[in-house]
Design a protein around this ligand. Structure first.
Ligand SMILES: Nc1ncnc2c1ncn2[C@@H]1O[C@H](COP(=O)(O)OP(=O)(O)OP(=O)(O)O)[C@@H](O)[C@H]1O
Length: 511
């Protein structure tokens, strides 16, 4: 126990097993050194527009956060400003005194990872406050997304966030010596510009092995609702405390409710969710705003994992590496269930349009019979506006029925049921014919209305009646350079069928 005679710093240095292991030291020496920049106070005042209200991003228990524009706009960062009023030490009771800001600088200058909100620099020359410059996260926090977003994230995004947070914690726990975050919660998960979750706020984090004096001297800390109930004394701390907090976060992600919420009974998310999970009532803990996942096993797996993480027995909680592997499997399941439900949706849509087409065919056949009854001189008007929009059947399908219409070699298309029909003018030439609505069902055949369908889908068709800029002109067959946008009042587009012969010879007809 020689360290008792030393001062705290050297005692930590002597007792830290990490320092004994020369091989590890060599490894650490080979690691690239993270370049942390030092900013002047003046630089940060300018970058945050004198810490103005416009630059204000939010307030935490240790101070306020501002958006900073540095390097002539090339670097956007977040400046954490902690006042001396808030300089409560994280370990003031014993060995040494470190403020959360100093602690964050110490930890983040040693651990950098894309899953973390990394340190860019700091400012040491401020008299009233400690300033930390960290990466700017433009999409708020996971707390905001879960509890106040108008469109709460769906299951695949939730599982992705959970996996990204678990990976961030794994990075910390697997570093050498390990880092225990101690404050895993949804407001400390920030969302970056690519919509990835990043772990932030290392004010309470501890770096070292659990047997290190520093850890043994630091009293328990964290956020109520997320804090491991077994972490009552410094010696109780382990990486499993972070696993517990992660379990609470996972329950929050699944349910969309707060870790402690007085609107629920019981208010603690653990006491509320775990009994339901034990009874297999997984759907009851799902966020009712998005409902259960397409694949029920996804919720089951997430809920069971969360329940394992929040077990009171530390030994029974999984390691974070196991959590990561588990969530990877759940993530794949969500992905495949999404692909499957998309496929099912497409099949349903296809079936629906097929049904509509069949219905139209039936209606069409019925109208043909009626037409036949009316001695080939009358055309029935069938179908409504809606049926006009359906355009999935090619005219060729109905080519064989053309004789029933009694207009020579004209071809009627199912698209046109209602008021617009296609006339075949030649081997590659088609026109659309709008039948005049009149009392009863028919229009005299010699004079017909010709019109373009309003459906955008049909505009892509080469068999389209189009208009040129000379007025109402039509292009038949594979016409190019037409300007359909000029054609607004389609009802004015009249054509006398006497001109039909001319049209066959001329691809474009002007009126
Ligand atoms: N890097 C950042 N980029 C963008 N916004 C941030 C950043 N860091 C913090 N903020 C915003 O500032 C708010 C305060 O953050 P801070 O980490 O100080 O406190 P907190 O995590 O909300 O609470 P506590 O201090 O109690 O843990 C956050 O809620 C977040 O909206």
């Amino acid at each position: 126990m020689g360290y008792l005679s030393c001062n705290a710093e050297s005692a930590i240095a002597t007792c830290d097993t990490y320092n004994w292991d020369l091989r590890k030291k060599k490894k650490a020496r080979n690691k690239p050194i993270i370049k942390i920049r030092e900013f002047s106070y003046h630089q940060l005042v300018t970058a945050t527009n004198c810490f103005s209200a416009e630059s204000f991003l939010g307030k935490g228990s240790h101070g306020s956060v501002y958006k900073a524009v540095l390097q002539d706009g090339k670097l956007i960062a977040a400046v954490k400003k902690t006042t001396f009023f808030n300089h409560t030490s994280i370990n003031s009771t014993n060995c040494n005194t470190t403020t959360p800001a100093e602690n964050e600088i110490e930890i983040l200058s040693r651990v950098q990872n894309p899953r973390l909100v990394n340190l860019i620099g700091f400012c040491a020359d401020s008299k009233q406050s400690k300033l930390l410059v960290v990466e700017y996260m433009p999409n708020g926090s996971l707390f905001d997304l879960l509890h106040s977003a108008s469109r709460p994230p769906g299951w695949s995004r939730r599982v992705r966030f959970a996996l990204q947070v678990a990976k961030a914690i794994q990075t910390l726990h697997s570093s050498n010596p390990p880092v225990i975050h101690r404050d895993i919660k949804s407001s400390n998960i920030l969302i970056d510009h690519n919509y990835n979750a990043r772990l932030s706020d290392f004010g309470l984090a501890l770096r070292g092995n659990v047997e290190d004096v520093k850890i043994k001297c630091t009293p328990p800390a964290g956020t109520l609702g997320y804090l491991d109930p077994g972490y009552l004394a410094p010696g109780d701390l382990s990486t499993k405390s972070d696993v517990f907090s992660f379990g609470i976060l996972l329950l929050e992600i699944i349910s969309g409710r707060n870790a402690i919420d007085l609107n629920y009974s019981p208010p603690s998310v653990v006491d509320w969710a775990v009994p339901m999970i034990k009874h297999g009532e997984f759907a009851r803990i799902c966020d009712c705003r998005i409902g259960p996942s397409a694949d029920p096993s996804v919720i089951r797996q997430l809920a069971v994992l969360a329940a394992r993480c929040v077990r009171s027995s530390v030994e029974k909680r999984p390691e974070i590496s196991e959590v990561v592997e588990y969530l990877k499997v759940v993530g794949k399941r969500v992905h495949s269930s999404r692909v499957w439900s998309k496929f099912q949706h497409r099949v349903r849509c296809a079936e629906k349009s097929q049904r509509v087409v069949e219905h139209k065919r039936e209606v069409f056949d019925g109208s043909e019979q009626e037409v036949a009854k009316n001695s080939n001189s009358r055309v029935s008007r069938v179908g409504g506006r809606k049926s006009r929009r359906v355009s999935s059947v090619s005219g060729a399908e109905y080519g064989s029925n053309s004789a029933a219409v009694g207009v020579g070699d004209r071809v009627m298309r199912s698209k046109s049921i209602g008021s617009v029909n296609e006339i075949k003018l030649g081997p590659d030439q088609f026109a659309l014919v709008k039948r005049r609505p009149g009392p009863g069902v028919a229009v005299k055949m010699p004079v017909m209305r010709l019109s373009k369908s309003r459906s955008m889908g049909m505009l892509q068709s080469p068999r389209l009646v189009r208009c040129n800029n000379k007025g109402y002109a039509f292009e038949f067959g594979n016409g190019r350079n037409s300007e359909y946008s000029r054609q607004r009042d389609v009802s004015k587009l009249l054509i006398n069928l006497d001109d039909e012969k001319k049209m066959r010879e001329k691809p474009i007809v002007s009126f």
